[in-house]
Ligand binder design. Structure first.
Ligand code: F6R
Length: 592
């Protein structure tokens, strides 16, 4: 979603620095971008709709700037247009602002501004911020910022410039914001991934704090204007792991990294033993487990709930975060709430975490981005160790979520009467991409069909859900995922000779039932692709069998999704779409 860069330097050349770093935020998704550069006492503002390269073309002047702010916008309030693109200026042209998040009381603030004879030019909630700043009297700009933030309801990360000062004024509530400093420059960013080249350390601005950033120092204040001391974090390998290398697309790179990610998790959890680091009492007296996430992470929650219930015999259930938040959940100190998120910033998941905490639950985060808000707020964190994920379509992070949740379930089983003993080294031997070249043929079947279905039972049904999400999000093909047993209860009426049905079968005990579902589909004219790692599947009704590599049934759910990740990617390429940046979607959904 939206991204912020602010840059201030003793050296000229800031506009190039800003654009270079703004491009590193492209992966988060955006529909327009803009920059405000300060020279003398005037702002130079340029905006464009679409790719950042469009904005870059408008910067055809000498780069003798020392200070500027910029933004990638993912439209929330107001359509995609130049008028609504950030930065926004105050009516008197003294203030410029870029903003991530949503100002919820924006209508009230607009009404108030009308009474002060301020007419807003855009349809955005953001413009109210600079309008309020401009209304306040006096010279102490950091105090003014403090005053304005008390008027704002909602979530925000903001970066402001005043035309007469080489200073970046920043503030945040719920939305993340970071500041880095070296000998010559300071940079403000909504994502530390941007700091890798020029900075060795950075500071996470604490929630509900504001800061005054000059080229020499960063002063942070809390709501009561007390100075706050913030400790620096190293720019680590995670922030530097976003290089595309030899690949054409991040989606391809990230799928190919799955075996490496599995290896990293197994060795990291062996060396660090994250479970030993957790206080012994934390897992005691847990009566139920709730796993909460969105999209792909929600599918990992469903799978994690199965693992925990099967291995540790504790009642466990997966929840969609946006539903969980409004469901009046029954939670107390004997409930373990697990929040699963690649980005660690998903608004609904974060707000669900706050709800669970307020009800006294034990909270555990399974997250990929180590410095994220969810990682910071949960009682305990289990890292995904997947390295940075750039493509909007989540792939390697999903496999990592499943493995970490399985390690957690195995650990929890130690407190039960049937401790599990799983040989995870099998994951080091399996061929993750066995026969993937054959998927090209299946891609052709998908492209010839009018309707696509994914069915399975148990863990394979969850795989069907995730397989459907992968295909629809990057190919825009409408598809349906349902449990095989539900076919007869409605969805079978959709099946005809233009339908393609993927039957996923990895459980020998359920194979016969899956085969009979296949026959029902065939009888209605549908084509069937069986995706399995079981031997000797005999069924005349199946049109195509794709075999992925054999592995112990306890571990097959970690790899059974891979053929579908590859299928989505290959189909997307054949259709000529971008696998990394699907339309309408953002990598990190930081608003509700
Ligand atoms: C799908 C996808 C989304 C995310 C969801 C949650 O490929 O990427 O469904 O899984 O938006 O995001 P995180 O895991 O960052 O909380």
């Amino acid at each position: 979603m939206c991204g912020i860069i602010g840059y201030i330097s003793k050296e000229k050349g800031v506009s190039k620095k800003i654009i270079h770093n703004l491009k590193k935020l492209e992966y988060r998704g955006y529909d327009s971008s803009g920059i405000c550069l300060l020279k003398g006492n005037t702002f130079l503002v340029k905006k464009s709709v679409g790719e950042i390269s469009n904005l870059e073309k408008k910067l055809d002047f000498d780069d003798d700037f020392n200070c500027g702010i910029a933004h990638t916008r993912w439209a929330t309030h107001g359509k995609v247009s130049l008028k609504n693109t950030h930065p926004h200026l105050s009516q008197d042209h003294c203030w410029a602002v870029v903003h991530n998040g949503i100002i919820e009381n924006f209508l009230e603030l607009s009404e108030f501004l009308k009474t002060q004879c301020v007419t807003l030019k855009s349809e955005t909630d953001t413009e109210t911020i600079v309008a309020l700043m401009a209304l306040l009297k006096g010279n102490d700009n950091i105090k003014k910022l403090n005053e304005v933030t008390t008027m704002l309801v909602g979530s925000f990360a903001i970066c402001l410039l005043h035309k007469s000062e080489q200073v970046l004024y920043v503030a945040r509530r719920h939305s993340p914001l970071y500041v880095a400093k070296n000998d010559t420059s300071c940079m403000v960013s909504s994502d530390p991934v941007t700091f890798g080249e020029d900075f060795e350390t950075y500071y996470a601005l604490p929630d509900d704090c504001i800061a005054k950033v000059t080229v020499d120092k960063i002063d942070v204040y809390d709501k009561d204007m007390n100075k706050v001391c913030v400790s620096a974090s190293e720019v680590g390998s995670f922030e530097k792991s976003a290089e595309l290398g030899k690949y054409s697309f991040y989606a391809e790179k990230e799928i190919s990294e799955i075996p490496k990610v599995v290896d990293t998790i197994l060795s990291n959890y062996k060396i660090v033993d994250h479970f030993k680091k957790i206080n012994k009492t934390f897992f005691r007296q847990i009566k139920k487990v709730k796993l909460i996430g969105c999209g792909t992470a929600y599918h990992a929650c469903l799978m994690g709930a199965k693992y925990i219930q099967d291995y540790a015999h504790i009642e466990a259930q997966g929840y969609i975060a946006s539903e969980f938040r409004y469901s009046k959940p029954l939670i107390d100190k004997h409930t373990l709430c697990i929040f699963v998120s690649q980005s660690g910033e998903t608004a609904d998941t974060l707000l669900s975490l706050e709800l669970a905490k307020s009800k006294g639950a034990k909270t555990l985060a399974v997250v990929n981005v180590p410095y994220s808000s969810i990682a910071q707020k949960a009682d305990v964190v289990l890292p995904l160790c997947a390295g940075m994920e750039v493509a909007v379509m989540s792939t390697k992070a999903y496999n990592a979520m499943l493995l970490v949740l399985k390690l957690l379930a195995t650990h929890l089983s130690k407190f039960s009467e049937t401790p599990q003993n799983i040989d995870y080294t099998e994951l080091k031997k399996v061929n993750y991409f066995k026969d993937v070249q054959k998927i090209d043929q299946i891609t052709n079947l998908v492209l010839k069909s009018e309707k696509v279905f994914f069915i399975g039972r148990g863990e394979d049904y969850i795989c069907a859900l995730e397989a459907g999400l992968k295909l629809k999000e990057i190919t825009y093909i409408n598809c349906v995922s349902i449990p095989s047993g539900e076919l007869k209860h409605g969805t079978l009426s959709l099946v005809d000779n233009k339908s393609l049905v993927f039957v996923i079968a990895t459980d020998q005990n359920l194979l016969a039932k899956n085969i009979s579902s296949a026959s029902e589909i065939k009888a209605r004219g549908g084509k069937i692709v069986l995706v399995t790692n079981l031997d000797d599947v005999q069924c005349k009704d199946i049109d195509y069998v794709y075999h992925f590599d054999k592995i112990t049934p306890k571990l097959s759910s970690i790899i059974s999704i891979i053929p579908f990740q590859v299928l989505a990617y290959k189909t997307c390429l054949k259709l000529g779409y971008s696998p990394d940046k699907p339309r309408n979607l953002a990598k990190s959904v930081t608003v509700e």
